[in-house]
Write a protein of this length. Structure first.
Length: 86
């Protein structure tokens, strides 16, 4: 997520994307944060941590080579929005 720094912009966008995805029929949405990031903007809009992903040597695989951009060997948390109450 990238914003111009407007206060609460990330929370607003995460909430809006989940609302739009549900309206389009999606039942699941995921995003990741890196270890060390608080995830406050996700918690503020009702997302929860559902998995912890261990560090990896990088994103490159023989079937899909990738250039390392400095995100290798960083653990991640997978987040999903809480299901809407029906």
């Amino acid at each position: 997520m990238a914003t111009d720094g407007t206060r609460n912009a990330c929370s607003l966008l995460y909430g809006a994307v989940w609302t739009a995805a549900r309206a389009l029929g999606y039942r699941r949405l995921v995003t990741y944060t890196q270890d060390g990031e608080s995830g406050a903007n996700l918690r503020a809009t009702g997302w929860r941590v559902v998995a912890s992903r261990p560090t990896r040597p990088g994103w490159s695989r023989p079937s899909r080579p990738r250039i390392d951009h400095g995100t290798a060997r960083i653990g991640r948390l997978r987040w999903e929005p809480t299901a809407p109450t029906i």
